[in-house]
Design a binder for this molecule. Structure first.
Ligand SMILES: [Zn+2]
Ligand SMILES: [Zn+2]
Length: 254
């Protein structure tokens, strides 16, 4: 029955099938990121580029596209839900979870304390669930917004999968469990797409919440990692991420 309901609901919004497919692609990004930990000989240099491009593009997408569209849908109360989204990530990733950050986990002692890797997995799982909610909410509004949000999400999916696998390995888990962590993050993303597709009446709440989540991930999770890298190149890549959004606006969005 659930499946019938799902098919019916997505039939109303054919764009939601695209959202479902792109949600799977984003989930695949998590798994691929995790594989960088399992296959130790893969070069990790490119992962940091995604971190920087993702930070710039996500920040621009949340302020230039998601925020105005949220206000158009929900009026001034949208800003309250943006705040809710922002602190939702802060609460689950950094309050409930005692230790989480993007990049390679090097604090083994902290990770082995209090089953820290499981609380970090749960916290990051909430965030990746909202990655999926964001993609679906975008497509519920328009194909353009859906694509922009998908790009914002997919750009940070590799570093996300990498971070969770590295964190679980540092917490004393096996390689298989470390990869499973990345798979679970991907599954949470697709679950977010499906659930939002089913409850499409709530987009005036899910879009502003997703805007807040995206703002947090860009400005408070990714930027600090970018700023830890020495030299100007990572910082310049952030600007390139911002520029890509404006180029897309010029070329695609009329
Ligand atoms: Zn750490
Ligand atoms: Zn994410």
């Amino acid at each position: 029955m659930f499946l019938v309901e799902l098919v019916m609901s997505f039939h109303v919004q054919p764009r939601m099938w695209i959202a479902l497919g792109l949600g799977l692609a984003a989930a695949g990004g998590n798994v691929l990121g995790g594989l960088f930990i399992v296959r130790r000989n893969w070069s990790r240099r490119y992962l940091t580029y995604f971190l920087a491009l993702g930070a710039g593009f996500m920040l621009a997408a949340s302020l230039i596209d998601m925020l105005p569209e949220s206000i158009r849908l929900a009026g001034d109360p949208a800003l309250f839900y943006v705040l809710v989204g922002y602190f939702l990530v802060h609460f689950f990733e950094h309050t409930v979870a005692p230790h989480f950050h993007f990049g390679e986990e090097t604090h083994g002692a902290e990770m082995r304390l209090h089953r820290a890797s499981f609380s970090a997995l749960a916290g990051l799982g909430i965030h990746t669930f909202f990655d999926g909610v964001a993609i679906a909410s975008g497509f519920l509004v328009s194909g353009w917004l859906g694509m922009v949000i998908f790009l914002a999400i997919v750009l940070h999916k590799l570093p996300e999968g990498f971070a969770i696998s590295s964190l679980m390995l540092a917490g004393g888990q096996s390689r298989r469990s470390a990869l499973l962590g990345a798979v679970l993050l991907g599954a949470a993303t697709e679950a977010g797409v499906v659930l939002t597709g089913l409850l499409h009446g709530v987009v005036s709440y899910t879009l502003p919440i997703s805007a807040g989540v995206t703002l947090y991930v860009a400005a408070s999770d990714l930027m600090p990692e970018v700023n830890r890298e020495p030299g100007p190149w990572m910082a310049i890549l952030v600007f390139i991420g911002v520029a890509i959004l404006f180029v897309l606006h010029k070329l695609v969005h009329i």
